[in-house]
Design a protein around this ligand. Structure first.
Ligand SMILES: Cc1cc2nc3c(=O)[nH]c(=O)nc-3n(C[C@H](O)[C@H](O)[C@H](O)COP(=O)(O)O)c2cc1C
Length: 196
């Protein structure tokens, strides 16, 4: 039987926090996610995937450009998580204006402060209902500082009290949005196995 406790268990299944950057039509943006995973063990074809909710500005920019930057962060980057992950770029003119970065060789913003940066080209997508899974081929990597990785567990456990209410409000709003849109059910179905 599925209960809220089941969901809390599922919530433990999170990636480290990743700052995703994007650029299209003169607009740049950044967001935070904990739904990234390495999607290849091939050194010749390194790949990773991320789930991005469809209503985020980042979704629009990644979809339109076919590119995104993914950055592993370190434990001292709570302020960056708050800056990029608590408010949409739709409300704020340019979230990256205050974040030191350069434009990488693939055209995506590369953050100066991070543990590692990956510039990715989208090679496939999957409709996941409220979100899209973007599969990215890593076209360039940049090593950053060697601090300890910022995991989702560490972030939740050490979330400053002054941000807790805002964090929970955003979380509830995202869940309401999914419920209102009935988008969880609106997934393009897999057709099932076909005969070889
Ligand atoms: C810890 C944390 C984890 C998050 N994980 C995800 C995620 O996996 N996918 C997602 O679409 N949004 C996630 N978000 C929410 C977005 O980062 C946030 O809504 C952001 O403001 C979207 O920005 P944009 O509209 O400018 O793209 C997360 C936020 C935080 C703080």
């Amino acid at each position: 039987m599925l209960t809220n406790d089941s969901y809390e268990l599922l919530r433990r299944l999170a990636s480290p926090l990743v700052a995703v950057t994007s650029a299209h039509g003169g607009r740049t943006n950044g967001m935070i996610l904990d739904s990234a995973i390495r999607a290849s063990i091939s050194p010749e074809h390194p790949r990773l995937s991320v789930y991005i909710h469809k209503w985020h500005l980042s979704h629009e920019l990644v979809w339109a450009s076919g590119r995104f930057g993914a950055h592993l962060l370190t434990q001292d980057q709570f302020d960056l998580v708050h800056h990029l992950g608590f408010r949409s770029g739709r409300e704020e003119k340019d979230k990256l204006a205050a974040v030191p970065h350069r434009i990488g060789e693939s055209g995506v913003p590369v953050l100066e402060a991070c543990h590692a940066a990956f510039e990715c080209r989208v090679i496939n997508t999957m409709d996941a209902g409220p979100s899209t899974l973007f599969l990215g081929e890593v076209v360039a990597t940049h090593a950053g500082n060697t601090g300890t990785l910022l995991t989702a567990d560490y972030f939740r456990a050490n979330l400053p009290a002054k941000w807790r209410e805002e964090f929970l409000k955003n979380y509830r709003e995202a869940q309401d949005r999914i419920r209102d849109l009935a988008a969880v059910n609106d997934v393009r179905r897999w057709g099932g196995p076909t005969a070889p």
